[in-house]
Design a protein. Sequence first.
Length: 116
Amino acid sequence: MAAGAHNFKIEQGATFNNTITYKDANGAAINLTGASITLKAKDNRSDADFVIDLSSPNNGIVITNASGGIFTISIPAATTATYKFNRADYDLDITISNVVTRLLSGQIQIIKSVSG
């Protein structure tokens, strides 16, 4: 199955939280027990460095209900305040039993703060 396409908007200087439920084609939750999840973004796909590099369990992604397939992406305001890029391409991958699945890909847009 191809990755879903989804674009995120992050307000610069504000906390970003997004909860996602991973389900199969029939709508049943996929158990995330023992899974690892990563979200990596680059300003330009050809760049060597990531502008966002998150992972579970404690680096910006937390599996909040493993049997229910639920996880949360969380970026603190102090971190989003440092984002200088306008848009970045990202991939969100889930690894379960050494099988990597690209769940989502798309763009992350930073909504610039007027207050600094």
